[in-house]
Design a protein around this ligand. Structure first.
Ligand SMILES: [Zn+2]
Length: 227
């Protein structure tokens, strides 16, 4: 990347550098190649770098928090950058909003297997069980399906589902791949999208929140894209 925050000691892309410039109280940006660097700044960058900063600023990211990548819209990346550096939510868990309590429930419209009609279903996301579950009846004791987070992926499929917030959830059951198709109505909480409630109604459609779970890569992995 061509840009760096010399107060945080991280390298960032051009697009994220614009976001960092909006929080000058915590991040000051320079071009790696075009700006002048003094020895102390170079030394700080050398001692820091993205992997060290990640360890320092991401020690307590909630398991279901969506971790944006370079291809995500600016709004999602800004939310991440502000949470990480400005509010420092990931090192001060008491600043996190209640989604971090590890349990969410809400209603999603789910496409029926037989007739293709969408019906309202209760969904529960539990961190303790590491699972997303849904119930066919709101008073049902047993869930219709239990989807383990580690075997689950969600992709944003507005065209396929015919709704701007359409989500295809793919999971493993008995060693075979299953799909469910869901959407949630504007302004309602989506248990598959931990940050949904934090965005304004005019925000972008929901992103595949679950896709990020377990996607951490090497030291220069995701943090390079949204640091
Ligand atoms: Zn970036």
């Amino acid at each position: 990347p061509d840009w760096a925050s010399y107060t945080l000691g991280v390298f960032i892309c051009l697009s994220c550098s614009g976001i960092h410039r909006n929080i000058p109280q915590v991040s000051k940006v320079k071009s790696v190649r075009l700006d002048a660097w003094d020895d102390a700044q170079v030394e700080f960058m050398t001692s820091r770098g993205n992997h060290v900063a990640r360890a320092a600023f991401e020690s307590e990211v909630p398991p279901f928090y969506y971790r944006p990548s370079a291809s995500d819209c600016q709004l999602l990346r800004e939310q991440w950058i502000r949470a990480k550096y400005e509010r420092q939510e990931f090192t001060h868990p008491e600043r996190q909003e209640p989604y971090s309590a590890g349990y969410r429930e809400g209603f999603l419209w789910k496409r029926g297997r037989d007739n293709g009609q969408f019906l309202s279903r209760k969904f529960v996301l539990t961190e303790r069980e590491g699972a997303l579950k849904y119930f066919n009846r709101s008073d049902a004791k047993e869930p219709k399906a239990i989807m383990k987070i580690e075997h689950l992926n969600a992709t944003f499929q507005p065209a396929k589902i015919g709704h701007p917030h359409g989500l295809q959830v793919t999971y493993l059951k008995d060693n075979s791949t299953r799909n469910i198709f869901v959407y949630h109505e504007d302004g309602k909480e989506n248990p598959a999208d931990p940050q949904g409630g934090r965005r304004g109604a005019e925000g972008p459609p929901d992103h595949p929140a679950m896709a990020a779970v377990g996607s951490q890569s090497g030291p220069w992995g995701g943090s390079l894209e949204a640091s």
